[in-house]
Structure formats: structure tokens, C-alpha cells
Design a protein around this ligand. Structure first.
Ligand code: SME
Length: 154
């Protein structure tokens, strides 16, 4: 995907998020638009912080066994604890990794922040090793910021 295509995708996601009737609907549209647009995104989901857990919301891909993750566990837990995007080139070499699918090779987790508070995160797995880089961050961090605007509204 070219940078221009990604810019168009970001615009389309921004429109969909702004027009969605509910937070749930906004999250559903984001996971669908991302999954459809980017071939190396094998599994796309959103986790929402509830108390001391991450709870799986909308996703596209195979069902995950990890529907609730304690904040201290997994790459998912690390991203909200560190309040920063985490890219893992080889999930099998990362001791934090909680396996969802035997085919998964790499992962990116982008926290959805409001100020200093993590509200949730976008989690994407790829069947390709080292699939994620700066271009994915440049796409996904603005999407997380758009979603942050829609959390806790309904
Ligand atoms: N791999 C994640 C768990 C969620 S699945 O990827 C859907 C982790 O290590 O936290």
C-alpha cells in the first residue's frame, strides 16, 4: 500500500469513526476497514480497559482464546502499562507473548490514550515475520487517537 493510499484510508476511517452511532460501531468499522485494506494484517482487534483487565471488543480474524487479559500480562498488557506502541518482530522470541494462533509471527499493539490514561488498544497480528514498522505506526497511532475521542460517549 502506498503512502497516498494510507492517507486515503486514514481519511475514510476518520469519517467512519465520526459518523458511527456508538463507540461499539466505531470500533467495528475500524477493525473491518483496517483488515480489508492492509494485506499483512491477519488479525485485527480492539481491547478495552475495564478495571485491571483488557476485554476483547470487536475483531476480525480467528476467535482468540484471550478475551480477557490482566493488565500486567502479554504484549497487550505491556502496551497499556508502558503507554506506548509495541512492535514485536518475532512473537515466539518474546517471553511476554500470549499465543492466539500458531500462524502468528509478528504483532503491533497501539494504546488508545486519553491524556495519560490508557482506555484500550488496537492489536494486530501478522502471519508474516517482522511485518510492522514505522508506516504502520503512522497509520495506527492517529486511528487510536480518533477512537479515543469516541470512548465513554455512550
Ligand atoms: N498476543 C497478545 C494476546 C492477544 S492475541 O494476539 C489476539 C499478547 O501477547 O498480549
Amino acid at each position: 500500500m502506498t503512502d497516498i493510499d494510507r492517507s486515503d484510508l486514514l481519511t475514510a476511517i476518520g469519517s467512519a469513526v465520526a459518523a458511527a452511532p456508538t463507540t461499539e460501531s466505531a470500533m467495528q468499522q475500524v477493525v473491518r476497514l483496517l483488515k480489508d485494506a492492509v494485506p499483512h494484517y491477519t488479525w485485527v482487534g480492539i481491547y478495552v480497559v475495564e478495571g485491571d483487565e483488557l476485554v476483547l471488543g470487536p475483531y476480525v480474524g480467528k476467535p482468540s482464546p484471550h478475551t480477557r487479559i490482566p493488565l500486567g500480562k502479554g504484549i497487550c498488557g505491556a502496551a497499556v502499562t508502558e503507554k506506548a506502541t509495541i512492535v514485536v518482530d518475532d512473537v515466539n522470541a518474546d517471553p511476554r507473548y500470549l499465543a492466539c494462533s500458531i500462524e502468528t509471527k509478528s504483532e503491533i499493539v497501539v494504546p488508545i490514550m486519553r491524556g495519560e490514561r490508557a482506555l484500550g488498544e488496537i492489536d494486530i497480528d501478522s502471519d508474516q515475520p517482522a511485518a510492522f514498522g514505522d508506516r504502520d505506526r503512522a497509520l495506527l497511532e492517529p486511528v487510536a487517537a480518533m477512537l479515543a475521542e469516541r470512548f465513554d460517549e455512550d
